[in-house]
Design a protein around this ligand. Structure first.
Ligand code: NAD
Length: 264
């Protein structure tokens, strides 16, 4: 018997087999959850559909969060029609214009700020609102965040602002939805080579230095994020809500990001 037998999981943010969402989908599927998927645009369908079929997903729908929310409404409607409920909602979506990543922070544009906030942060509120009526017996909502929300990481600029907002939204939703037994948490993963990661100018070097200084001296992979998502999705975490869970080999506890050996 799987930990998630009988549960329905709706996942946003699958682009390809390197996506964090793929690590999560695999873990939830292996634990017995029924998977429904949404991807951003037609160009991604070629990669996403075969992955969805691999995990038996019957709902694999396009939904671009940059426009109006008719696509989002359609996804929730389809899940309601087919399954009548959602138990697990995964938000693994982020976007900021390239010009607003890298360079001086002070140059973040007003438009880039709005776009990053809208697609990467507000969308969590929009999804939670639509999920709530489909979670009458409670549920688990989770979003993907990054350490740049807490401390300054070079180049993240507009995305750092959006992630700080996403973390605040996570806490406010947790309080708002708590009485309905809906838990809302965020996973703060260390850097992983994905499409979104590649959009950060200094990402390759960030990755190169990460496991030289992170306490566990190891990079993070999507399977490990998937296991944490499984914990948050399941009854193993029934009293965990409003939490930002770091899956980052301990990087976030460091005060000095220079290997100890280099100080002596
Ligand atoms: P990814 O590129 O595989 O996933 C990002 C997803 O966002 C893609 O599926 C993309 O299609 C989707 N997206 C972008 N604009 C969209 C729009 N307008 N409408 C709908 N979907 C849209 O990269 P990833 O690294 O797996 O990112 C998933 C989440 O994890 C993001 O929130 C990201 O910020 C977060 N995260 C990533 C890292 C990392 O180092 N890769 C670390 C911590 C957190």
């Amino acid at each position: 018997m799987g930990l998630l037998d009988g549960k329905v999981a709706l996942v946003f943010g699958l682009a390809n087999n390197r996506s964090i969402a793929w690590g999560i989908v695999q873990a939830l599927h292996e634990a017995g959850a029924t998977i429904a998927l949404s991807y951003a645009n037609e160009a991604l369908e070629r990669r996403v559909r075969p992955l969805g079929e691999e995990v038996g997903a019957e709902i694999i729908m396009e939904c671009d969060l940059s426009g109006d929310y008719s696509g989002l409404d359609a996804v929730f409607e389809a899940v309601k029609e087919k399954y009548g409920k959602i138990d697990i909602l995964v938000h693994a979506v982020a976007f900021a214009p390239r010009e607003d990543l890298g360079g001086r922070f002070i140059d973040v544009s007003r438009e880039g700020f709005h776009t990053a906030m809208d697609i990467s942060a507000y969308s969590l509120i929009a999804m939670a609102k639509r999920a709530e009526p489909l979670m009458p017996e409670g549920g688990s909502i989770m979003a993907m965040t990054y350490f740049a929300a807490e401390k300054v990481m070079p180049d993240y600029n507009a995305m750092a602002i959006a992630k700080a907002s996403l973390e605040t939204i996570t806490r406010y939703l947790a309080v708002d939805m708590g009485p309905s037994k809906i838990r809302v948490n965020a996973i703060s993963a260390g850097p992983i080579k994905t499409l979104a990661g590649a959009g950060i100018p200094g990402f390759r070097n960030l990755l190169r230095y990460f496991d030289k200084v992170a306490p566990l001296r190891e990079k993070v992979n999507i399977e490990e994020v998937g296991q944490t998502a499984l914990f948050l999705a399941s009854d193993m975490s029934t009293k965990v809500t409003g939490e930002i869970l770091h899956i980052d080999s301990g990087y976030n506890v460091l005060g000095l990001t220079v290997p100890r050996e280099e100080l002596h």
